[in-house]
Design a protein. Structure first.
Length: 193
């Protein structure tokens, strides 16, 4: 089953666009965009097992740490740069996003919402959240940033990034009411003003 976020991201991207997927994992989103939008896509991934999955799918993926691996790309190399469920694992978010704007015209950023109600319940009961979208315990989580939809919107405002669109999702549906409370995942499309 195709995640709703993939379908929405595909609807945002123009046919035959150039796309870089940072932290592309096993390449599922990249493969979906190539199939649905005929994009010229490539990815960067640090996990070797994930890279093997990408290669098996015929994807162009480079083995690199995305926080160190964007220098090789010239300015304005891509129409879109995607950061899907990776931003919360990045140490230098400011620097990373600025580098993404250097190489891409628009950024599509998807991330887990740490303020979702089930996470709040866990915290209220004294435990770090473990959910379907946040499946890690506190001691083995790759996440180093725990932010919310409102936090990211404030970040964009403070940095003077223009939010072109935003979408919020629960497990099997789009969320339009109180997304900071009910959405598991947020997708923002941003650009420099």
């Amino acid at each position: 089953m195709i995640p709703l976020e993939y379908e929405k991201i595909s609807s945002i991207i123009n046919e035959k666009s150039s796309v870089l997927d940072l932290g592309c994992g096993k390449g599922d989103l990249l493969q979906y965009l190539i199939k649905t939008k005929n994009i010229n896509g490539q990815g960067i991934e640090i996990n070797e097992d994930a890279i093997f999955s990408c290669v098996e799918k015929g994807l162009t993926v480079f083995h690199s740490d995305i926080e160190k691996g964007l220098d090789a790309y010239p300015d304005n190399s891509f129409d879109y740069v995607i950061i899907y469920n990776t931003l919360q694992q990045i140490k230098n978010v400011d620097t990373m996003i600025e580098e993404c704007f250097r190489i891409g015209q628009k950024l599509i950023i998807a991330f887990p919402n740490f303020a979702q109600i089930s996470s709040r319940k866990s915290l209220m009961l004294g435990h770090s959240p473990v959910t379907k979208h946040l499946p890690y315990t506190w001691y083995n989580s790759p996440n180093i940033r725990f932010f919310t939809i409102e936090d990211f919107a404030d970040f964009c405002k403070n940095k003077r990034y223009e939010i072109l669109d935003k979408f919020f999702f629960a497990i099997k549906k789009r969320i339009t009411f109180l997304p900071n409370l009910f959405a598991y995942t947020a997708v923002f499309v941003i650009k420099r003003k």
